[in-house]
Each structure stands twice: as structure tokens, then as C-alpha cells.
Design a protein around this ligand. Structure first.
Ligand SMILES: [Zn+2]
Length: 925
């Protein structure tokens, strides 16, 4: 098997007697085990009169087997032992996966494999889970991605299985005369699921022999019917859909143009990747690119190439463009330029050196790939096993086996007007059709002769050119030797007024990669909502000015990100570190020029405006969350406040604002990974020069948090135009000690699976249900949330309160063994070592932000947790969480379907946020 020389895991690929293909991956250093199983059965297999059946089956397999008949048993077992599980149904595959503590792997596999051996499909569970699928469908009724996806389905060849509705609903899954959905479910399962269509990936610290034996023992009993994989004989696009122009009305303020070429199946070309080569050139963002040209004309904001749906027998290749207002009136011209760019590649762009360059980047990425979490490893590999040759399951995604001029040209020859379909997503057009299931308005016409003629161009604008060789591809391919005094943890190596530098040469992962963080705190940046908005505008303008020139760096595996936060802005550079100084110099240079172009200012302002307006249309739970953090974190205003302030900002405000911001800086810098100390210092010098840091005396910005001590239950209602109701309950710890973090974290771990099982699986209140940890600033916290098509906020609140009132009993009734194993698995999770350099760099950076300069916090939390007793937890639940006495914030919105239901009672409504904050305490970090 082809694996990276830097990969210390061991692999074994084998086939069980029932034809199940298995990949075992042994990683002695792993702290958890994981498994994934994929079956080559997806929504394409749904019977015409039972749309969504494959998806429904995916849900039902979790809900009871002969060996383990209880519906919530699998989930509870996994989460009790510190694991996670999930599944998804795609077009041609359904995939299930989980992870868990290694000591429980065998027991978990016994439960997991039973899904595919003896599922029960209990009538009662079938009946309830149907509601859950329906809630999943209804939850996405206002989701543009789904709404537009449905139009896509309706405008391709109706005889192709992609045309079918994939989610399912109460209607498609209803019992009909003489035909119960349970019978259909069982029939579907037996007619499609078969061991020969399945792949299984297992990983853990166990040896290959042990893993193989476990696979054999638990999965050999899956029946092999020797079914053939589904072949699709219908083309995705038939003559009637060629040269088709579809206009779709979105709910959100978006303007998007998608060009889709229908190409022959290309999965078998994974070794040479001709389409990635083409996507790389068409999607290029540097000077002379299609993107650069269309942007300079003011037609578009973003462009991406190479997406599109694909399967065993079909492939779409798309180009997606986010349009400006002006672009919306220049569609024919935009498409003309696209064809010119394709023509340019056809004539001059198919060259071996370009392929080699891309290949080198891929090889580097493969050689020095960062270890994934075990659950991600198996989820990825199990899909690769479905598509790639056994020897290439690890390498397949990266491999570029050789430049094949003819193969690339053959693909380019198919990117013609006759093979094109265009989808325009924008408001303000005429739509004469409504998509089924989602009621999306849309219209279909064909290209005019005039359009076709215009697009069959052979002319190429001189403004379009091909990329230059990439200067950012790493030369130094070996990690630097370790310095004599290299330390495991970061060390503060420079401390001046207003400037601190931490450095660490990472001794463990030994990859030629590095992370640079530069946090620029400025009280002026966050002094008012208007300043917060100006900070974000400046960030966007800077990113925009950078993009064209920094794009090559991204291609070469160096990433950069600049983002605004509660204290100012942070710049992060990561990836191969060899050429990072070059990129940093470019960024700082762009920074210092502060070139605020008026035409781009207007475009970016309107883009931000649309983003925030769209945020204000997100699903109810997201909006409750956004509004809640707005109440609690004054430096993190909600969308509406940002929008109001944005209206008042003009271009003339920016230069002065930025000057004032730079006059009061405090900079924390962290250079970590493959860097020697003198290199870190050199990077710091360039930063200090560019930001004019000298003798500053400024402190970090203050990050205020509203405290809820002694406020009782307070509530805030959001009036939203949505069918479903939503409720979010937030508990905040008054103190930030390690003991408090341990208590809140353990409480969440002990109850979240039960909460989910109670409100979603048993009561069927909605699809989005959960409990989680929510630390804000440094205060630990807990949230409970539910979004429901079934019940209004008062009923949801009652369900949450019933749960919380019963919680101490659940804790008391828990067996000693279960209590111990829950706690131990959480402790193991907390102490789990970092998976890769990225995770480690991030953890240290967060520690620095939390002023945990000895990097001991994690261990202190673990120690505090070790000493927590069951009595402590019961006391915590009774004193802090019990509804009658708790301090908590309840965010809620009433769905249009529930206006008749009783209003939320038992809470003090917040009428005025400022007044509320004034009576509350406030922490300032
Ligand atoms: Zn689902």
C-alpha cells in the first residue's frame, strides 16, 4: 500500500469470506479507536414511491438490534465511553462511523456490527423516527442550499435517479393501504444491503492482528447476497436539458451564477486528475486570471472552479461566481470571458511544468500530511475504499501520476456551449414554476442563438494571462535541527511595553511547518459599535487587497487568516514555514499602504451588509445564539446593531480610524513549529517595524462579559418569521476556576446523551436538539437547545425543566460502574495529547490568550475533575441547574405555527438590554 514515509501507522487491507472489504489501521500512539462502514446504497436506490427510504433506514439502524434491542442504547454506550457517532446518506452511499476509548472498542463493534446483521425495526421506533426524518426535512424548508438543490433535481433528466427527493417526509414515509413503511423498510434493507457492497475501516492502538480478528469476529455474520452495484444507464443531462438557463429565487440576499458543464464519468481518472488541473487554472486568483479580470470590471466578488455533483456514471464540472449588482446586468459578457479563459487554457495552458508544479504541492502535502483524528481517518478511508484501488486508498486523493496532454485536452474539448447549463440565483426575475417539497420559485429557458454565437468565441482578451511560476513552493523540505535548548512549551523571549513575543521549536511532530500568530489589541478598535464595524470593514478591505498577490502562497500550502475579535484583530499564518517570511512581508506591506479604493469600499460594504442581513435570516437557533452572545458580550454585537452602525460609515472615516487604532496598540506574537529562535526574532522585527511599535505603553483591550449571578431566570424573546419555535437556555458559571470548568464539563458529559434521547428520540420535539458546553470569555457555561416544528417555547421550556428537575435522580440512579467509566472517559479525553502541530499550536495560543503562561490549565482541570464525587455533582445540579433557583438566560422565539400556544411563563423578560446589563455584574478580562 502506498503510504507517506512520514506516516507511522500500519495498514492491512483484506477481504472477509463474506466479501466485505476491510482496512485495518494500527496506530500505537492513538488514544482512541474508531470504525466506519460504508455501503454502496444511497438515495439513488430509493423506490420511486418511497423517496427518502435509504435515509430513513440509516436512522433506523441506530434504533435497536436483536442483540441490543433498546432504542437509545448505542448512542448512550458510545457517549458514556467518551465517543462520538454519526451517519450520512448520500446519493450512492450510506456511511456510519464512531469513535470510542480503545478499551471499549470491541464492545462497541459488537453493537455497531449488529446494525448490519439483525436490525429490529420495532414498529414503535419506526413510527417515532419518521417524525424525526420529517423534522429534518422541515427544518431545512427555509434553507437556500436545499431549496436550490431541489431545483437542480427538477431541471436535469427526470429519468436519472438524481431527480428524486432524498430526505423523506411524513408523506413519502406514510403507511398506505396494504403497504406499511415498516414492510417497505425491511424489504429495502434485504434487497440492497449486502456485505459485498460494504467497506469497513477500523483503527486504534491495537495491533493489526487484533484489529483483523475483531473485524472477522464481528462482521463475518453480515449476509452476502452478492448484489451488483447500481449502474445508471440514463445520462444526467439529455438533449432537452442542454443549453438550459435556469433562474432561481433565493430567500437570502445572494446573487450567484453557476456554469455547469456535463462531462463523462471521470472517477477512474483519480490517478492523473485532469479536472483538478483545469480547475486550478480556471479558478486561479492571481494577476491576469479570469477572477482578477471580472473583479476589476466590478462584475464579481468571488469565483471558484471544479465543483459540481458527481457519481459513478456522471460528472458535472462547475464554475461558480458571486455577482455584484453590476455583474447581474452583464451576464452574457461574464460568460463570454469564461469561454475566453477556457480557450486560453486550451491553446496555451496545457503544459507539463504546470502539472509538475501542482504535483509537487500535492506530494509535499502527502509527505507531510498532519495526522487526523482517528474518526476522520476511518471516515475518509472507508469512502476511498469504495472508489480507489486497494493499493491507493491512502494516496489516491493526493496522487498525480503523470501529465497526460491528450486527457486534459479531451476534457477541455467538452467544455463547450452545447454542454453548458447555466443557473442564475438572484431575486427580482420572473419565475413561473415552483419546486416540489420546497416551493422554490424558478424559471427555465434555453440560450438564445445570439448568446450561443457570442460564446462560441475564439478571441482571447489580452487581459487574460496564465499564472507565472509559483515562488512560494517550499525549497527546504527537511525540518530544522532541534536547538539545544528547544523547549516543549512556548517561552517568552521578548517583552517590551506593548509587545510580547513567545517562541517554541516544536520537538515532537518534526514537520517543516510553522504557525505565526499576531494579536493586535487596540481599545480603539472596539470602543463603540461603529468602531467594531470599521475594524471589520478594514479587515475585509485588507484581505481583498491581499488576495490577488497572496493566492500563490495558498496554492503552495501556506495559509493566512486575518480576523476581528473582541479585542482587535489577529493575523495567523500557517503551513510550510520556509516561505512564510515572504508572505508576512507581503501582508505587512499591504497593511502599511492602507490603500482604501473607493470602488472596492462600496462593494465590500454592501457585501458585509448582505452577509449580516443574511445572518439575520439564519435558522431560529442560530439567531437566538447570535442575539444571546450580543447580550452577554458587548464587544460582540448582534447583526442588527452591526447593520445600523454600518449605514453610518463612510470611506472618509477609515484612514483616521486606522491611524487612531494603530496609535494604541498592544501586540502579542507567537512563533511556533519549525522555527529557530533567531528566526522568530527576525519575524518580530519586521512586525514591529511595520506596526511602528516603539515604547508603547498600552495594555490589552478589555473584553467585558455580562454576569448572570443572582438574576434568577431571565428571558429574551426574538420575533422571527419562521414556522418553527426555538429555545436556548444558557447557564453561566460565576467563577472561572479550574474546579468550575471541571464541574460544568463533567455535568455536560453526564447528561447530554440522555437529554438528546429524551427530547429528540422519545418526545420527538424536533430534529435539532442538544446540550453542550459553552464557555464565554473565561467563564464556563452550559446550553440546552431545541428547535421544534411540534411545540411552542412554553412547552419546550417545560420539557427542558422536567429534564433538569429529574436530573439529580438520573445521577443518583446511575450505577457506580457507569459513573466511574463516564468520568474516566472524559478525563482521558481532556488529557488526550494533541494530534498534530496545528492542534498543539492552537492550544498554546489559547493558553497565552487565557494568561495561562505555564500551560497547566488543562492538567489542573483534570485534577479538579478527579476529585469530583457523585455527591458534588448532585449538589451542583440541585443548587445551580434546578429551574426554581437557577440563574440563567432563556432565549426563545415562537414559530408561526405555534402562535396559539401558551406564552413562556416563569421568567423575567428582558425588555431593554442596556438596562439589563446595568443591573448585572460585569467581568472585564
Ligand atoms: Zn438524517
Amino acid at each position: 500500500m502506498h503510504v507517506s514515509p512520514n506516516d507511522n501507522k500500519r495498514y492491512r487491507y483484506f477481504t472477509l469470506p463474506n466479501a466485505l472489504r476491510v482496512l485495518a489501521v494500527s496506530d500505537p500512539a492513538a488514544h482512541r479507536s474508531a470504525a466506519a462502514l460504508s455501503v454502496n446504497v444511497g438515495h439513488f436506490h430509493d423506490p420511486a414511491d418511497r423517496e427518502g427510504l435509504a435515509h430513513f433506514l440509516e436512522h433506523m439502524l441506530f434504533l435497536g438490534t436483536d442483540a441490543y434491542p433498546l432504542a437509545g442504547d448505542f448512542q448512550r454506550f458510545i457517549s458514556q465511553h467518551g465517543g462520538h457517532n454519526n451517519a450520512w446518506t448520500g446519493t450512492e452511499n450510506t456511511t456510519f462511523f464512531f469513535d470510542i476509548r480503545p478499551s471499549q472498542f470491541r464492545a462497541a463493534l459488537d453493537r455497531f456490527s449488529a446494525f448490519f446483521i439483525s436490525p429490529r425495526f420495532d414498529a414503535d421506533a419506526v413510527d417515532k423516527e419518521r417524525q424525526s426524518v420529517d423534522a429534518e426535512y422541515r427544518m431545512k424548508l427555509n434553507d437556500d442550499v436545499r431549496r436550490i438543490y431541489q431545483v437542480h433535481k427538477e431541471t436535469i433528466n427526470p429519468a436519472h435517479p438524481f431527480a428524486k427527493f432524498s430526505v423523506g417526509s411524513l408523506e413519502t414515509l406514510a403507511d398506505r393501504a396494504g403497504q406499511s413503511v415498516r414492510d417497505d423498510l425491511i424489504a429495502f434493507y434485504h434487497a440492497n444491503y449486502s456485505a459485498n457492497l460494504m467497506t469497513l475501516a477500523v483503527t486504534g492502538p491495537q495491533s493489526l492482528d487484533e484489529l483483523e480478528a475483531m473485524a472477522q469476529q464481528h462482521f463475518s455474520a453480515i449476509i452476502n447476497h452478492d448484489y451488483s452495484p447500481l449502474r445508471i444507464h440514463e445520462p444526467l443531462i439529455s438533449a432537452a436539458q442542454r443549453r438550459q438557463w435556469v433562474t432561481v429565487e433565493p430567500l437570502k440576499e445572494v446573487r450567484k451564477l453557476t456554469l455547469a458543464f456535463s462531462l463523462p464519468e471521470s472517477e477512474y481518472q483519480y490517478r492523473t486528475k485532469p479536472l483538478s488541473y483545469i480547475a486550478h487554472l480556471l479558478g486561479y486568483e492571481g494577476p491576469g486570471s479570469l477572477m482578477s479580470l471580472l473583479k476589476s470590471k466590478g462584475y464579481i466578488n468571488t469565483l471558484s472552479a471544479g465543483g459540481g455533483i458527481s457519481g459513478k456514471d456522471f460528472r458535472e464540472f462547475t464554475l461558480s461566481l458571486a455577482l455584484t449588482e453590476l455583474g447581474l446586468s452583464k451576464l452574457d459578457d461574464i460568460i463570454t470571458y469564461v469561454f475566453q479563459a477556457i480557450q486560453l487554457i486550451r491553446q496555451y495552458g496545457v503544459e507539463a511544468w504546470r502539472y509538475q508544479e501542482k504535483r509537487q504541492v500535492q506530494e509535499l502535502a502527502f509527505y507531510y500530511q498532519e495526522p487526523l483524528r482517528p474518526i476522520d481517518t476511518v471516515s475518509q478511508l472507508v469512502m476511498n475504499m469504495q472508489h480507489y484501488d486497494p493499493i491507493e486508498v491512502v494516496y489516491g486523493d493526493y496522487m498525480m501520476a503523470g501529465f497526460d496532454h491528450a486527457q486534459i485536452q479531451a476534457m477541455l474539448q467538452q467544455m463547450t456551449v452545447d454542454n453548458l447549463r447555466v443557473t442564475l440565483i438572484a431575486k427580482g426575475f420572473k419565475y413561473d414554476k415552483l419546486a416540489k417539497w420546497y416551493d422554490t420559485p424558478y424559471a427555465v429557458k434555453h440560450f438564445s442563438e445570439k448568446q450561443c454565437e457570442k460564446w462560441r468565441t475564439t478571441y482571447i482578451s489580452p487581459a487574460l494571462t496564465l499564472p507565472d511560476p509559483n515562488p512560494y513552493i517550499a525549497d527546504a523540505l527537511r525540518p530544522l535541527p532541534l536547538e539545544d535548548d528547544a523547549s516543549d512549551t512556548p517561552i517568552l523571549i521578548e517583552e517590551l511595553p506593548g509587545f510580547r513575543l513567545w517562541h517554541g521549536q516544536e520537538p515532537h511532530f518534526r514537520v517543516p511547518k510553522g504557525h505565526v500568530y499576531i494579536a493586535i489589541d487596540s481599545p480603539h478598535a472596539v470602543a463603540s459599535v461603529k468602531n467594531i464595524v470599521m475594524t471589520r470593514l478594514s479587515v475585509e478591505m485588507l484581505l481583498e487587497a491581499l488576495n490577488e498577490h497572496a493566492y500563490q502562497a495558498e496554492i503552495a500550502g501556506i495559509n493566512y487568516n486575518l480576523y476581528a475579535h473582541q479585542g482587535g484583530v489577529t493575523l495567523n499564518i500557517s503551513g510550510f514555514n520556509d516561505k512564510q517570511p515572504l508572505l508576512l512581508a507581503l501582508i505587512l506591506d499591504t497593511f502599511s499602504r492602507r490603500n482604501f479604493k473607493p470602488e472596492r469600499f462600496e462593494v465590500i460594504k454592501s457585501q458585509l451588509k448582505r452577509n449580516w442581513e443574511n445572518g439575520a435570516k439564519n435558522k431560529p437557533l442560530s439567531q437566538l445564539y447570535n442575539s444571546m452572545t450580543g447580550i452577554l458580550q458587548p464587544n460582540n454585537p448582534p447583526y442588527q446593531a452591526l447593520l445600523d452602525a454600518l449605514d453610518t460609515v463612510t470611506l472618509a472615516d477609515l484612514p483616521e480610524f486606522v491611524e487612531a487604532m494603530f496609535a494604541t496598540l498592544h501586540v502579542d506574537m507567537f512563533v511556533y513549529g519549525n522555527w529557530h529562535r533567531h528566526q522568530a526574532k527576525a519575524l518580530a522585527e519586521t512586525v514591529k517595524d511595520a506596526l511602528r511599535v516603539d515604547d508603547q505603553t498600552y495594555q490589552e483591550s478589555v473584553r467585558p462579559l455580562t454576569l448572570l449571578d443572582d438574576c434568577g431566570t431571565v428571558s429574551y424573546e426574538l420575533a422571527l418569521d419562521h414556522a418553527e419555535s426555538a429555545l436556548l437556555v444558557y447557564y453561566q458559571s460565576p467563577d472561572t476556576s479550574s474546579e468550575a470548568v471541571a464541574t460544568y464539563t463533567l455535568a455536560n458529559h453526564l447528561m447530554s446523551a440522555t437529554f438528546f434521547n429524551e427530547l429528540r428520540t422519545r418526545q420527538q420535539l424536533g430534529y435539532m436538539v442538544g446540550a453542550g458546553n459553552l464557555p464565554l470569555n473565561r467563564h464556563p457555561g452550559l446550553i440546552f437547545y431545541v428547535q421544534s416544528p411540534m411545540a411552542g417555547p412554553n412547552q419546550l421550556m417545560a420539557a427542558v425543566d422536567d429534564f433538569l428537575n429529574a436530573l439529580f435522580m438520573i445521577l443518583l440512579e446511575m450505577s457506580e460502574a457507569r459513573w466511574q467509566s463516564s468520568k474516566q472517559s472524559l478525563l482521558a479525553q481532556i488529557r488526550e495529547p494533541d494530534n498534530n502541530l496545528r492542534a498543539r499550536a492552537q492550544r498554546y495560543w489559547i493558553s497565552i490568550g487565557n494568561k495561562d503562561y505555564h500551560y497547566e490549565r488543562r492538567e489542573q482541570v483534570a485534577e479538579a475533575m478527579e476529585s469530583l464525587t457523585r455527591a458534588d455533582m448532585v449538589r451542583f445540579v440541585v443548587n445551580r441547574l434546578k429551574p426554581r433557583t437557577a440563574d440563567r438566560l432563556v432565549m426563545h422565539s415562537c414559530g408561526s405555527e405555534h402562535r396559539e400556544h401558551a406564552e413562556l411563563d416563569g421568567a423575567h423578560p428582558i425588555r431593554d438590554i442596556d438596562a439589563f446589563r446595568a443591573i448585572c455584574g460585569r467581568s472585564e478580562e
